[in-house]
Design a binder for this molecule. Structure first.
Ligand code: ADP
Length: 399
């Protein structure tokens, strides 16, 4: 079965066509600047990457261009859309109502509209993508996979905020957690890599990218995660502040005369590594600035490392032990220096890094030393494949 995976943003649409027979990516690409002008970047097994500038007034037009590219009579990787068994859509947060993967229909889409406020930047775009796909693909099964799904196993004492209980009942204000598809993928892969059953492992998965989160995975199930009601929570990220004393929020709003939206913008887009360093949200730029002796860039990295370390300690305590740590995403997969700094001082937990192994690049790998009690792994994440696997499973169960 071939599965098309879609991740639509407000002006973008990312896609991957995966042949589940061997889990091979046949084609992938990105439509950008939808509704502005339009650009399609596409690559597939039959040809090199191409960049096409073409008007895309909306997501349906962009999606049709993707389909035309996939089914191109000369170089297309499929002959017609009938070869696509199902479409899997990424959806950031379906609130309390939606967490398990669902098969889309008009009723589900209408209900999803009620979840928009849980991720106002992402959810409307996902709904637009689902509708555009329906317009172009007709009755091909479309499945919706929620970023929050993996975190649904958290116990109530871990996801409930100690605010008046009726606010939870009225507004479903609680910890949801994000990057769930990634945490699930790497935790499963890590168990496979170690030749162990997920049920036998206490694991901390560290998804460190522009947005970052940690997840405590006990026996294959999420028991806690650092992001919360929104992806702003946790430790410092590229442009997001992570957890701060809540009183700081109201204090700064008063002092700077900011509206709630302006304050949200400050914490989401102007804080984190960018806000502290004043240089960049990209950790490569910070590394370069530290090399030149920039003190604020160094401070930003120190805050990041300290924040990750504290979550590791608290999750080891929450689970009552630790067998494995996994690093993934842009920073986790590529920044050996930060991996080393995060693990430094965790010897008391049984974590010991082998510098030579840590310096190597490549796919799934172990970076802990032979005598390390805790296995430390680097596992490249693959959210698209995880969405495709879950979509395939659901569609096959429908038969
Ligand atoms: P997103 O959350 O947008 O998917 P990524 O997972 O791509 O982001 O992570 C972006 C971060 O990863 C940046 O801070 C960047 O510095 C870092 N990064 C990405 N690629 C590399 C690389 N090859 N070497 C070092 N750092 C990298």
């Amino acid at each position: 079965m071939k599965i098309l995976v879609i991740n639509s943003g407000s002006s973008s649409l990312k896609y991957q066509l995966i042949d589940m027979d061997g889990e091979k990516v046949l084609a992938k690409g990105l439509c950008e600047r939808i509704g502005i002008d339009g650009r399609l970047k596409h690559e597939d097994v039959n040809s090199e990457e191409v960049v096409i500038d073409a008007a895309m007034e909306n997501h349906a037009v962009a999606f049709q261009m993707v389909i035309d590219k996939l089914t191109n009579p000369e170089k297309g990787v499929i002959k017609s859309t009938s070869e696509i068994g199902a479409v899997g859509h990424r959806y950031v947060n379906g609130g309390e109502k939606f967490s398990e993967i669902v098969l889309s229909n008009d009723d589900i889409v209408a209900q999803l509209e009620d979840s928009i406020e849980f991720a106002p930047l992402h959810n409307p775009a996902h709904i637009t993508g689902i509708k555009a796909c329906k317009e172009v693909m007709g009755d091909v099964p479309q499945c919706i996979v929620f970023d929050t799904a993996f975190h649904r196993t958290m116990p109530k004492y871990a996801y409930l905020y100690p605010l008046p209980y009726e606010l939870y009942e009225k507004y479903a204000v609680r910890r949801y957690g994000f990057h769930g598809t990634s945490h699930k993928f790497v935790s499963q892969k890590a168990a496979e890599f170690l030749g162990k059953k997920p049920e036998d492992l206490k694991m901390i998965t560290c998804h460190l990218g522009n947005g970052s989160s940690l997840c405590a995975v006990d026996g294959g199930k999420c028991v806690d995660t650092s992001m919360g009601f929104t992806p702003l929570a946790g430790f410092m990220m590229g442009t997001r502040c992570g957890d701060v004393d809540p009183s700081v929020v109201t204090y700064i709003m008063k002092k700077e005369n900011l509206s709630p939206d302006e304050m949200a913008d400050l914490m989401n887009k102007k804080s984190g590594a960018l806000g502290v360093s004043g240089i960049s949200s990209d950790f490569r730029d910070l590394d370069a600035a530290v090399e030149k002796g920039d003190e604020k860039a160094k401070l930003a990295l120190d805050i990041f490392v300290y924040g990750v370390k504290k979550f590791i300690g608290s999750y080891a305590a929450a689970m009552g032990g630790l067998d494995c740590m996994v690093f993934t995403a842009g920073i986790g997969e590529n920044n050996a220096m930060l991996r080393d700094r995060i693990c430094e001082g965790l010897e008391f937990l049984g974590v010991s890094i082998d510098d030579e192994k840590n310096a190597k690049r490549g796919g799934n790998r172990e970076i802990s030393s032979d005598n390390s009690k805790v296995k430390v792994l680097v596992i490249p994440t693959n959210e698209e494949l995880m969405i495709a696997r879950e979509t395939k499973e659901l569609v096959e169960n429908l038969k």
